[in-house]
Design a protein around this ligand. Sequence first.
Ligand code: PHE
Ligand code: FE
Length: 296
Amino acid sequence: GFKRRTAGSGKTAKELRGDYSAIAGDFTVEQGWERHTAAEHALWRALYRRQSRLLPRYAAPEFMDCLARLEAEDGIPDFRRASDRLQAATGWRLVAVPGLIPEDAFFDHLAARRFPVSTWLRRPEEMDYLEEPDVFHDFFGHVPLLLHPIFADYLQAYGEGGQRALRLGRIEHLARLYWYTVEFGLIAGADGLRVYGAGILSSAGETPFAVESPSPNRIGFDLERVMRTRYRIDDYQQTYFVIDSYQQLFDATAVDFAPVYDRVADRPDLPPDAVLADDRVLTRGTQERVRAPAAE
Ligand code: PHE
Ligand code: FE
């Protein structure tokens, strides 16, 4: 379950899956929680159970603690109830959206501590693969860490940074930061490598792959390195960047990005599987998954 939210999907509302007919000016809709069927709630529980079994081995402990506090195992959550809990903890609220929304609207929501969550749920035959974010990816993957004080501040700062990057014409570089942290980030904790990225944690295949597979590179987080690195939207990642702590991530991104963007733009972009001489390499990947996709 990956998606391209801040990079823009390149699709028009007509080509997207959600129902955009009733959007407000800020692209929000009513969640319509009452309209979810028993079958949808059952599919949610199946997805939830499958991912939960993987978490003790692969997820960052903070993610698990926060997820438990959301009490979302029984069915598709009511966003209003979850928002009340979030607001009391870190000041965030959830807003319902039909699916992908334009970058400027997305950044405005984040900057105001509102997290956009899609209302639709995948079909049963899509348990494993999705091109657009559904409510399971958005809620299960992203919402738990909104309860984490440092990560909650990071995401708001990212929203403000997005508004600024749009003005500066640097969205592509900023989007890579979101991709390699919020969506596909790993953290080196007391128990070794763990996942905190939502794009991984909502995927049953990529969760073990990201931590255990010999295929991908795992490289210590470096802001400019991340901003230079292109990413895959059609397969598991070829490189994961590893933070040591959420505080490290927050501090590394609290600097003025204007000169950072200038430096990054002066150097060539890197392919998704690059390994550089001055990288802090934790694992040098074999990239075998990419050379032999049929083995999957
Ligand atoms: N420091 C960034 C800027 O000057 C804003 C930002 C913070 C972006 C955190 C991403 C994450 O634009
Ligand atoms: Fe996402």
